[in-house]
Design a protein around this ligand. Structure first.
Ligand SMILES: Cc1cc2nc3c(=O)[nH]c(=O)nc-3n(C[C@H](O)[C@H](O)[C@H](O)COP(=O)(O)O)c2cc1C
Length: 195
């Protein structure tokens, strides 16, 4: 079984069934001191080669990724009752791919990417929410939404698979099916695990 085809098929079904997790994933990172952090991200593309995510370079998560921190990405589709824990290396994607995708972002998210450039880094502290809304009002009045350009801190990363731990809860008597898929070159090897 190819685990990527299975995730793609689960995602298509999740979208048809309005599963709120259809386009989401949860990215856990460990920094060089071993401190863990986890956050929800929009899951962009799932291809045979990698999973693509879009983030901002001013954020704490980018600094961990840039320093080669350990990563695991979790996908849970309630509609399929399948969990996937995906390990691999995170690398920055090409500038032209970032530019094309950034233009498709919701308008509010585009302005927020400019806030990170002009007001402060993502996840940094500010005096009040008003500082943020005032900055957004300034930006909206000085640059029309269709003239916004990709800020240098907007980026994307691809997770290049090394292994996928798949847990299927659909079996009888709660005896779940669990398999570890390991990638070697372009092929996958699977090993059954105790769930
Ligand atoms: C449904 C949902 C989708 C999100 N999608 C993204 C995303 O695609 N990119 C992103 O940088 N943050 C996204 N966030 C916000 C992150 O979870 C997180 O709060 C933010 O990126 C700051 O994380 P950091 O301080 O660990 O860098 C999303 C949050 C939610 C609840």
């Amino acid at each position: 079984m190819n685990p990527i085809e299975r995730i793609q098929s689960d995602r298509a079904q999740a979208r048809r069934l309005d599963d709120p997790n259809a386009d989401l994933c949860f990215l856990a990172l460990a920094d060089s001191a071993g401190h863990a952090s986890v956050r929800t991200l929009v899951l962009r593309e799932i291809s045979e080669k990698c999973i693509t995510l879009f983030i901002n370079k001013t954020s704490p998560k980018w600094h961990i990724i840039d320093q080669g921190g350990d990563a695991e990405l979790l996908i849970w589709y309630p509609s399929a009752q399948h969990q996937y824990r995906i390990r691999g290396t995170l690398t920055e994607i090409a500038a032209n791919t970032i530019a094309t995708n950034w233009q498709r972002r919701p308008v509010g998210s585009k302005y927020l990417d400019h806030v990170y450039e002009e007001l402060g880094a993502q996840s940094s502290f500010i005096e009040s929410r008003e500082d943020l809304t005032n900055k957004l009002t300034d930006l909206r009045s000085s640059i029309a939404s269709d003239e916004l350009s990709v800020p240098p801190s907007a980026t994307g990363v691809s997770l290049n698979y090394s292994s996928i731990d798949m847990l299927d809860l659909n079996k009888e008597d709660r005896i779940h099916d669990r398999q570890l898929f390991t990638r070697t070159g372009n092929s996958w090897q699977s090993n059954v695990m105790i769930p």
